[in-house]
Design a protein around this ligand. Structure first.
Ligand code: ADP
Ligand code: MG
Length: 568
């Protein structure tokens, strides 16, 4: 047709396609999960738009996903009657990658297939995974509300380009047809497709239907009927009772909501009753996403109201420092036409956020305080991936500060390694007789912290010092001034008072030394008048001749360097 145009994929899409086909082949079945997941999202979007515009349903109210195959044509088709796509939407959604974190992802690729496969999984494989098994994909789609003649056909062999053309399509929604590659014929079987659907997509709340097959006694063969049967349980997973959900189902549901490829680290599922009624199913991922530090990053929670999808990324449902949490909140109280603006002010939302925050903290405490090694390992993984983000909570969430402080983990001079595994409580338990404070040093890197001249006296006296090297540490410490009544102090600040750690004889000796060098110190003070505020004799060094310290009430050297680097 003359309306057909051929367009080139965005460079990143081409690269992603190449990578995907080669590194995900051993996992090829996941294409079906991804396409069904998209069909389910499309139904959610239609339901949501229809809240204020019932006409979008036309005369087709029964939302469902249909999977069929054609042995002779060697195709598999996944159809939905969800929101569909307009021509512009097809071009932007199936021709480019608009995700946040895209740049970071492409920057991290190494060329090593195994490593890159894991990265793609983390990035989200999505629609393009169809090309793992297909050498051509045809998408026919009609957006809800548009005319039959406004439908679009998109077609591509997954190399450099794709075509789009206007077509006529009777029903609303999207049909995706995979033209299988040579050698993929085992997928052309009802039994095979059903088993993949049950394995990966059972949690989908819409019915996933296939044509019924029956043994025909006369013909002595299985025949395909006109009748459809539903393959999955087709009820919202979070609304089922916990005892009816297997760990595998929880895991697959996580992959659907998070667009993650790997299993979650842990999850919590509860029905909350009382002033506010809602169901929460919250997951902590095992790996930080590429956009964890993206300022525009949205939240990871889907909001439903009485099973109706309302919005993705509802950032009002979680504090920013828990932005890595994925999952679903289903409220029984909120109105269906709730907007982001209303969410901001709603008291129900506030109650949900507080309740969910406590749940997540509780879930982390369970791992952090566990005796079992596998849980301890999980907490260590969590800390490595998300510890720096959790630290933001110390400054942001006064109400939970004490609980969060117990979840913090640091490197220290006790093991003298960069592993962050010392809890403040561990430190306190190891404090020396007569030690009253918790000591720390901050620096740009672990090596710099570990070799800080400020540590000399502490090493000599066998007093443990926390070694802090994350960017957020200084900021966090301005909110964390004590732990269980013990003051946290920097070893680099002010006239170091070792309190009871210094004995009488030492004190006397120090006074004598100070007197002895009084004149020299005054002269040096004059010579350095425009560089140093004060020069004094120090006892904190054992090997180095001199060091710079910050005044007790001033910003530390490290924070000053950071502010300068940030252009302040
Ligand atoms: P993701 O699902 O993570 O957004 P995908 O690669 O799976 O990424 O899909 C890309 C986009 O294409 C989706 O966000 C959606 O806008 C659109 N899309 C894909 N499949 C469908 C479908 N069946 N119906 C409507 N839109 C779809
Ligand atoms: Mg998808």
């Amino acid at each position: 047709a003359d309306n057909k145009e051929t367009l080139g994929f965005q460079a990143e899409v081409k690269q992603l396609l190449q990578l995907m086909i080669h590194s995900l082949y051993s996992n090829k079945e996941i294409f079906l999960r991804e396409l069904i997941s998209n069909a389910s999202d499309a139904a959610d979007k239609l339901r949501f738009e229809a809240i204020n515009n019932d006409a979008l349903y036309g005369n087709d109210h029964e939302l469902a996903i249909k999977v069929s195959f054609d042995k002779a044509a060697r195709t598999i088709t996944i159809s939905d009657n969800g929101i569909g796509m307009s021509r512009d939407e097809v071009i932007s959604h199936l021709g480019t990658i608009a995700k946040s974190g895209t740049k970071e992802f492409f920057g991290k690729l190494s060329g090593d297939q195994q490593k890159d496969a894991a990265l793609i999984g983390q990035f989200g494989v999505g629609f393009y995974s169809g090309f793992i098994v297909a050498d051509k994909i045809t998408v026919e789609t009609r957006r809800a509300g548009l005319e039959a003649t406004d439908a679009v056909r998109w077609e591509s062999s997954g190399e450099g380009d794709y075509s789009v053309e206007a077509i006529e399509k009777t029903g609303r929604g999207t049909d995706i047809t995979l033209h299988l590659r040579e050698g993929e014929d085992e997928l052309l079987s009802a039994w095979k497709l059903k088993s993949i659907i049950r394995k990966y997509s059972d949690h989908i709340s819409l019915p996933i239907q296939m044509a019924k097959e029956e043994w025909d006694e006369e013909k002595k063969e299985t025949v395909t009927k006109d009748e459809l049967e539903t393959i999955n349980q087709a009820s919202a997973l979070w609304a089922r009772s916990k005892s009816d959900i297997t760990p595998e189902q929880y895991e697959e549901f996580y992959k659907h909501v998070s667009h993650d490829f790997a299993a979650p680290l842990t999850y919590t599922h509860n029905r909350v009753e009382g002033r506010s009624e809602y169901t929460q199913l919250l997951y902590v991922p095992a790996k930080a996403p590429f956009d964890l530090w993206d300022r525009n990053k949205r939240g990871g929670l889907k909001l439903y109201v009485k099973r109706v999808f309302i919005m993705d990324d509802a950032e009002q449902l979680m504090p920013t420092y828990l932005r890595f949490v994925k999952g679903v909140i289903d409220s029984a109280d909120l109105p269906l036409n709730v907007s982001r603006e209303i969410l901001q002010e709603s008291r129900d939302v506030k109650a949900i956020r507080e309740g969910s925050t406590k749940r997540v903290i509780g879930m982390l405490e369970e791992l952090a305080n566990a005796e079992e090694q596998d849980k301890k390992d999980k907490y260590a993984t969590f800390w490595t991936e998300f510890g720096q983000v959790l630290k933001e909570g110390i400054g942001e969430d006064m109400g939970n500060k004490d609980r969060l402080a117990k979840l913090l983990r640091f490197a220290s001079t006790h093991a003298d390694t960069a592993d962050q595994n010392v809890a403040l409580a561990d430190y306190v338990a190891r404090m020396k007789e007569g030690q009253e404070k918790i000591y720390y040093v901050t620096a740009d890197s672990f090596t710099a912290a570990k070799n800080s001249p400020h540590l000399e006296i502490f090493r000599k006296k066998g007093v443990e010092v926390l070694l802090l090297t994350d960017r957020v540490d200084e900021w966090m410490l301005s909110f964390l001034t004590e732990f269980e009544g013990k003051e946290l102090v920097s070893v680099a600040k002010g006239g170091l008072d070792l309190g009871q750690l210094e004995d009488e004889a030492e004190k006397k000796e120090h006074e004598e030394t100070e007197n002895q060098y009084k004149e020299l110190v005054t002269k040096m003070g004059e010579a350095l008048a425009d560089k140093a505020k004060e020069v004094r004799v120090t006892f904190r060094l054992t090997d180095s001749p001199a060091c710079l310290v910050a005044d007790e009430h001033e910003l530390s050297g490290n924070l000053l360097r950071m502010l300068k680097a940030a252009g302040q």
